[in-house]
Each structure stands twice: as C-alpha cells, then as structure tokens.
Design a protein around this ligand. Structure first.
Ligand code: UD1
Length: 430
C-alpha cells in the first residue's frame, strides 16, 4: 500500500489548479442512465471514485469514452467523458462494486425510472457513522416505486413507470435529493421535493438535467419542482469546481503561512468556510481566475463552528479545520452535526501532538505551539487530508499510511502541493 511522506515547515507559494468536483461528477455520470443519447461531461477529475463508478455504469451497459487533456490546455480542465446508455443491459448494481462507494447507490432512482426495475446493493463507502438509505427509499416510494429489501439488496419496481409525488424530507440529505431528483425527471406528472439539499453539486446536476430536457424549478433552493418528461436527450456539461478541494488547499495555505492562488474556483461555492478561514487571520481575495489565500506571519486565531448542510460550514471540511486549529493561539470548539462518527482523525492528530478533547459530537481543540511529525493512519477520505495539513505544519517527518483513501477524492494531491514548495512525496508499495 502506498504511503505519503511529508517533511513539514515549508511555506506554500504559487498556484494550484482546482479540479472538477467529485461530488458533482458522480451524480452527473449517473444522470447518463436517464437517456439513450450521449451525455458529454467536461472537467471530470481523475479519481478512484470516478473510475469505480465508471466500472459500475459499464456493468449496466453504459458506453464510456474518455478524451484526455489537450496539449497546452488549461491545467485544471480535467478529462472529458462521453457516456451513452443506449441499451441498459443489466439493472443490477452488485455488492462487490456498490459496497466500495456509497454514491453508487444513486443509480437506483434513474434505473427504476427508465427501466421500471432496479436491484442495487445496500451501500458502503467511508466508515463515518451508520449512513442509512431510508430517505432515498421513502422518496422513491412517493414516486410510486415498490421497494423490497432482500439479502442485502434493494429491489425497486415500477412496471408502469414512476408517477410524480410530493416528497418532504424530514432531514437534509444530499444523496436522497440526488436520487429522487434524477428519478423525478422521468416520472409522469409533477414532483415536488421539499427540504431538498442545496449543495452546489445538486444545482450543477439540476442544470445539466435541464440541458437534457428536464423541467426543474427552484434550482438552488430547498424546494425543487420537477415536471416529468417521457424522455431526456443528450447534452454537454462541464463539472463545477470542487469546493472541498478548494477549502482543503485554502486551509493548507493558511496552515503554512503561505500565499497561493487557487485557480478555476469560486468564492460562492464555499462562502461560510472562507469566512471562517478569514476569522483565523488569513486573507481571501478574488482574482481573475480564482481565489488568492494569504497568511503572513501572524498567529492563527481560534474559531468555533458547527457543521451544517449548505450554505453552512461543510462536514467535509471539518477535519481540515481541526488540523488548522491544532496550532491556533487559543481554544476552539467544533461540533459535528451531520455524521455521528466523523472524528476518527482526532486520535491521529493527537499522535502529532494536537491537544483535542472529545465529548459526544463536540471537539475542543487547545492550540499547541508546535506539532511533531509521526507515522499516522488515514481512516477516511477527509480525515486523511487533515493529516496532510497537520504534516505540513509539523516539525520533522510525517508518514501517512493507507493513502488509498486520499486517492478516492483528491486528484494529484502530492503534485499540486509539491509544486507550491511542500516537501511531500508518495512512497509506492510495489
Ligand atoms: C454527501 C457527500 C459527502 C458529504 C455529505 C454531507 C457525495 C458523493 N457525498 O454524502 O461528501 O459528507 O453529503 O454533506 O456527494 N441520512 C439518513 N438517511 C438517508 C440518507 C442520509 O439518515 O436515507 C443521514 C446520514 O446518515 C447523515 C445525513 O443524513 O447523517 C447526511 O447524509 P447525506 O447528505 O445523505 O450524505 P451523502 O449523500 O451520503
């Protein structure tokens, strides 16, 4: 298994191209199941999760062709995927594939909407709490799907097609919103989704669905109104920039007292996180092609946050903020309200000398004068990148084991950081 070695203390300086958002690319790829025409997606990041979903879609019969980057092209414009689901040959998504990535469960809605049936394994993914799928199933039932659970699989049937319905989610779920929105585009009549997630990736998917001929009102709000169509068409769509990658690098720059332009990204995708970062003493300014993050000399001020659905502070940046706060001049409090078991990075950060106390869903971080490098273990996607941030701040050498977690969601992380002066390298296992 690969490891990452970091020698801390270097100041990040230069520019980092921001990739397309993993959390938008995945549901956009899944949207290809809704039409027999070609869906072209630009700016797709090259990530393990994207490649795994490509395998799952191929298994359903989706034809996928990939154009690489053009010579001399802009560094942050990723790959172009052409997806054509002309004939869906298999409506089963097997355990071996779905158990490795939770988002693959989202094929359920589109498959039952288009094919009248689907059999999808209950999901796996990052081990951050129980993460049930009850909201997905409740929503699809409202659209007329008959749902049965058998031997670890969800079997959904709608032999005469789905019909529009009124879905009121009792809590905000990104995945359930995607699943029901995708399905509703092919349901007969109107679907109203209330308390929908408002994450920018949902808006990106909705905008792509509109290009495919769907009729959706309320994009960007918590009430989505969908007029179902009997068929959707092909479209060309560029994946929006990754706000979690943006936030992660922004925090890394602040952590090292650096000065970096994050290219190809936008402030509105993560205003709350950037406001939080500004409170620590870093400056965030808009540039022609992105955002410039600077922290000069001054110490890090402690900030306290609680994670919330968008537009609140994202749970996917919680671990990274905690790494930063480990060196703050004072104490900060971080409350995790989205996932119940998302503190696995705490004990690893402690190995580097961080002083963090956990009480239920709340972590109190007492800033220390210095972190010291040590071997640590990546436990999930976002936790592992918080260890990278901590390693960049720490004195001496940090080795991160199990970096396959990082490869699921961060494209060319070592390369992007080392170009800005970080001393970071991948030690290949084989
Ligand atoms: C998505 C993101 C993930 C992010 C999360 C929250 C992708 C690929 N993943 O995950 O990076 O951390 O949103 O912003 O976009 N829940 C239920 N029942 C359900 C569904 C969810 O109780 O049927 C709960 C979950 O356990 C969790 C909360 O709702 O406590 C939010 O989960 P959800 O928004 O669904 O997260 P994901 O879509 O899995």
């Amino acid at each position: 298994m690969d490891r990452i070695k970091i020698t801390g203390g270097a100041r990040l300086q230069g520019s980092i191209p921001i990739s397309g958002a993993k959390n938008a690319a995945l549901p956009l790829m899944i949207a290809s199941l809704l039409t027999d025409d070609r869906l072209t997606l630009k700016n797709v990041p090259n990530l393990a999760d994207v490649n795994l979903l490509a395998r799952i879609l191929r298994n359903h019969g989706v034809d996928l062709a990939v154009d690489g980057k053009r010579a001399g092209g802009t560094a942050h414009l990723g790959e172009t995927f052409h997806l054509t689901a002309r004939d869906i040959s298999d409506t089963t998504a097997p355990y071996e594939l779905v158990s490795r990535m939770r988002a693959s469960f989202w094929v359920l809605g589109p498959l039952v909407a288009r094919m009248g049936q689907a059999k999808v394994s209950l999901p796996g993914g990052c081990a951050i709490g129980t993460r049930p799928v009850d909201l997905h199933l409740q929503g699809l039932k409202k659209l007329g799907a008959e749902i049965e659970i058998d031997a670890g699989y969800v079997i959904a049937r709608a032999p005469k097609g789905l019909t529009g319905g009124h879905v009121i989610f009792p809590m905000v779920s990104v995945g359930a919103t995607h699943n029901v929105l995708l399905a509703a585009t092919l349901a007969k009549g109107e679907t109203v989704i209330e308390n929908a997630a408002r994450e920018p990736e949902i808006g990106d998917v909705a905008n792509c669905l509109v290009k495919m001929g769907a009729e959706i009102d309320g994009i960007g709000t918590s009430t989505l109104r969908v007029q179902g169509k009997s068929r959707l068409e092909g479209a060309v769509h560029a994946v929006l920039p990754d706000r979690i990658e943006t936030g992660t690098f922004a925090f890394a720059v602040a952590a090292t007292g650096g000065d970096v332009v994050l290219q190809g990204t936008r402030r509105d995708l993560l205003s709350t996180a950037l406001e939080t970062l500004a409170l620590t003493g870093a400056s965030v300014t808009d540039t022609e092609d992105g955002l410039r993050i600077v922290r000069n000399g001054a110490g890090l001020a402690p900030v306290s946050v609680e994670t919330q659905p968008f537009p609140g502070f994202p749970t996917d940046l919680q671990a990274q903020l905690m790494a930063l706060m480990a060196r703050a001049e004072g104490s900060s409090v971080i409350r995790e309200t989205i996932f119940e078991n998302r503190f696995m990075h705490v004990q690893e950060l402690a190995r580097l000398g961080a002083d963090i106390k956990l009480h239920g869903d709340t972590a109190t971080i007492h800033g220390v004068k210095a972190l010291r490098g040590a071997p640590v273990m990546a436990t999930d996607l976002r936790a592992s990148v918080s260890l990278v941030i901590a390693g960049l701040m720490a004195e001496g050498e940090t080795t991160i084991n199990r970096v396959y977690h990082l490869d699921r969601g961060f494209e060319r992380l070592e390369e992007k950081l080392s170009r800005c002066g970080a001393q970071i390298e991948r030690l290949s296992a084989g």
